[in-house]
Design a protein around this ligand. Structure first.
Ligand code: NAP
Length: 248
């Protein structure tokens, strides 16, 4: 059996680690190649696009893949659709492995919006002090609201720094609620903007915002194709073993 894991998330890496311990399952881990120094799994891996859904379908056929796990990020907009199309074309079973979105609790002041334009509209015209954690590639959108101060945190350095009044931090989670609260306090942050990525590695900023009484603007997840779906690596492993069993 050959499984292709479309990675780029901690859930994908956790699944690769489970597969590594499981004799009899041959797997390839695939990354887009966006992140500098990504953490690579112990199993075979490849980096770079396939050339759209057709290229992926061709790769699946050539490499005799018998199960496909789409464990890309909840905000990856293209790959889930390519995976669904390629799986449909080739008849290969597809599983989506995606962590649940965050859930608001008592004391949270969360406002969901569909996109960055709506987030900026919600910020308004009056100058705010914004903690912006939306990913390196989506920061340029905020040049349309230059009146605010932005504390921008990314995993990789941002080459073009388009915001006129900003401080740029490079850091990779996991973060702690205490550390996040101190950061927000030190920069007198009065609003947090983030994507509803879910997961524990970067969720501490939400607890910190709650503790400090800071409102949070959350960008909603994009639409996903219909597919069987699980939320953790163990459930994905069980699915693989089921498919493996039926393909023996
Ligand atoms: P995307 O918009 O869905 O994908 C753009 C293109 O990148 C795809 O068409 C595909 O190229 C290639 N690609 C994406 N994931 C790939 C993978 N696992 N293996 C090989 N090629 C892949 O995704 P994105 O938002 O640019 O994100 C790229 C990667 O970073 C994804 O793997 C995602 O899991 C990860 N990531 C994304 C975010 C986010 O907020 N978007 C955050 C953290 C991590 P071809 O069409 O040529 O095959």
């Amino acid at each position: 059996m050959h499984v292709l894991i479309l990675g780029g998330t901690s859930e994908a890496s956790a699944l690769a680690a489970l597969i590594e311990k499981c004799a009899g399952i041959n797997a390839t881990f695939s990354l887009a190649g966006r992140t500098q120094n990504p953490s690579l799994p112990g199993i075979r891996h490849r980096v770079g696009g396939f050339g759209g859904a057709d290229g992926l379908a061709q790769w699946l056929r050539e490499q005799r893949v018998s199960a496909l796990v789409d464990a890309t990020h909840p905000f990856a907009r293209v790959m889930p659709w390519n995976a669904a199309k390629a799986a449909h074309e080739t008849g290969i079973p597809l599983l989506r492995l995606t962590r649940p979105g965050w859930q608001a609790g008592a004391g949270d002041d969360w406002r969901f919006v569909n996109d960055h334009a709506a987030a900026m509209e919600m910020l308004g015209q009056k100058r705010r002090r914004v903690f912006l954690t939306v990913g390196r590639l989506e920061i340029p959108a905020y040049v349309r609201s230059p009146q605010h101060f932005y504390l921008v945190r990314t995993i990789d350095p941002v080459e073009m720094k388009p915001l006129p009044d900003a401080q740029w931090l490079i850091a990779r989670g996991p973060f702690t609620p205490e550390g996040e609260a101190a950061l927000m306090r030190d920069h007198s942050i009065d609003v947090l903007i983030t994507k509803d990525s879910g997961g524990s590695a970067t969720g501490a900023k939400l607890s910190a915002a709650r503790a400090l009484g800071i409102p949070v603007i959350l960008i909603r997840r994009p639409e996903r194709p219909e597919s069987e779906s699980v939320t953790n690596a163990h459930a994905a492993m069980e699915w693989i073993l089921r498919v493996h069993g039926t393909s023996l």
